[in-house]
Design a protein around this ligand. Structure first.
Ligand SMILES: Cc1cc2nc3c(=O)[nH]c(=O)nc-3n(C[C@H](O)[C@H](O)[C@H](O)COP(=O)(O)OP(=O)(O)OC[C@H]3O[C@@H](n4cnc5c(N)ncnc54)[C@H](O)[C@@H]3O)c2cc1C
Length: 400
């Protein structure tokens, strides 16, 4: 009897979960988990938080330890897949070898968007996506005193908080008029602006980077209006791009991510996909969305494993996210797109805990909760179940 082989490309949150879930779904064929980071799959979110600040080791970040993969008979293969031949069911690796698959899962993730600015390739300019990136940043930070962060999104702000913990002078450059503009209400942006300023971070909004200059390595970041900011290191956090080239070259449908249905199936019924590299039509939002979050990667991976195993699960969970900065835990339930009203519980201009509830036509659609886990849990439930809420339910004095 021949044994079927499930091959997963990409060994991070989605890939590691998919492999584990296949065994939970009683997949008894072989499982090969191919990754190209030369590391046991590890938690990525702590990279800009505890790992950058030197408060954890890579081993502590492992999603599951090596023993788990051995016990579950999951083969970890350190390689880059260069091509998928769907007609023969063969993958070509960068060393020229081939791997056969019966079922294939794409968990290709995303990569840091590059800064298209003169000087962005100078030594001392970093991106923050992998553990290897952080190791380089940490090493450079030991002799640096001025760090400039390009991008005032979550990764930029978390990085600012961690570099302050390492004792560096930190400047955050944000091109738009406020930090976190793409994802939060002005009140939440103002809160994080204040918190970072109080921690000694200099935040510059409306700051367009014109060039990065230096003799052999970065020395200054030049802004569009001509000002120069001294920099020993520059960290760029301006978003990510999904890794879709492999799928596109294999002829799969790609539209801001590898397109999957609610069972995580791609346009080829023998290929599933999960995580940052996918885009999916969310019935709740009535549109195709590509999420970049660990909970979403985990859910899609579980659904994909069920699909490979001949079961039927659907992607349905409410998107949620988190961010840690200083002593603050921000938890976000839902997507706030299209909100027409904001209700605040607590005073973000003064407090270190508050919630910002987003409503559309009186219905709660999302919430940003800072150090308010109960508000977060409450919001998640209400949004998921579409329960009507009174405004007074939201602004009650919290019992956290
Ligand atoms: C610094 C940082 C902080 C973050 N913080 C948070 C947070 O607080 N909360 C949250 O929810 N999310 C956070 N995220 C986002 C979260 O990490 C991602 O959503 C998650 O990692 C997605 O998992 P994934 O498995 O889909 O993709 P990835 O983690 O991107 O992994 C994809 C893997 O596939 C490999 N790969 C790609 N192509 C190939 C190939 N051809 N052959 C072999 N291997 C390949 C890649 O090298 C990579 O290892 C953060 C991300 C970063 C970078």
């Amino acid at each position: 009897m021949t044994v079927s082989q499930a091959v997963i490309i990409g060994a991070s949150h989605a890939g590691a979960q998919l492999a584990a879930s296949l065994r939970q779904e009683k997949w008894d064929g072989d499982i090969v988990l191919i990754g190209n980071e030369s590391a046991v799959p590890y938690h990525r979110p702590p990279l800009s938080k505890a790992y950058l600040a030197g408060r954890s080791t890579l081993e502590e970040l492992e999603i599951r330890n090596l023993e788990f993969y051995a016990k579950q008979n999951i083969q970890l293969l350190d390689a880059t897949v260069e091509a998928i031949d769907r007609s023969s069911g063969l993958l070509t690796l960068s060393n020229g070898e081939t791997v056969a698959y019966d079922e294939l899962a794409l968990c290709l993730g995303s990569r840091a968007r590059r800064l298209p600015t003169p000087g962005a390739d100078l030594a001392g300019v970093f991106y923050l996506r992998t553990a290897a990136d952080v190791e380089l940043i940490r090493e450079a930070a030991t002799t640096a005193s001025n760090a400039v962060i390009v991008g005032g999104g979550y990764i930029g702000l978390e990085t600012a908080s961690s570099l302050r913990a390492l004792g560096l002078h930190v400047t955050v450059l944000e091109a738009t008029e406020r930090v976190l503009e793409r994802v939060t209400a002005p009140e939440v942006s103002a809160f994080f602006h204040r918190i970072h300023q109080e921690a000694g971070v200099s935040i510059r909004t409306g700051a367009l980077v014109e060039a990065i200059t230096g003799e052999n390595r970065v020395e200054e970041v030049v802004l569009a209006h001509g000002e120069s900011i001294p920099a020993d290191i520059v960290i760029v956090g301006i978003g990510v791009e999904p890794n879709t080239e492999l799928a596109a070259a294999a002829g799969l449908v790609v539209d801001n991510g590898v397109v999957i249905d609610s069972h995580a199936r791609t346009s080829d019924p023998h290929i599933v996909a999960a995580g940052d590299c996918t885009s999916h039509d969310y019935a709740r939002y009535g549109r195709r969305i590509r999420l970049e979050s660990v909970p979403s990667a985990g859910e899609q991976a579980k659904v994909a494993a069920a699909t490979i195993s001949g079961k039927s699960k659907e992607i349905a969970a409410l998107p949620w996210f988190w961010s840690d900065q200083y002593d603050l835990k921000l938890q976000i339930a839902g997507l706030n797109t299209g909100y027409d009203e904001v209700i605040l519980s607590g005073d973000p201009s003064r407090d270190r805990d508050f919630s910002c509830f987003y409503l559309r036509q009186g219905q709660l659609i999302a919430a940003d909760c800072v150090n308010r886990p109960r508000d977060f849990m409450f919001s998640k439930k209400v949004i998921t179940q579409r329960t009507p809420v009174e405004r007074s339910d939201l602004i009650r004095v919290p019992a956290n």
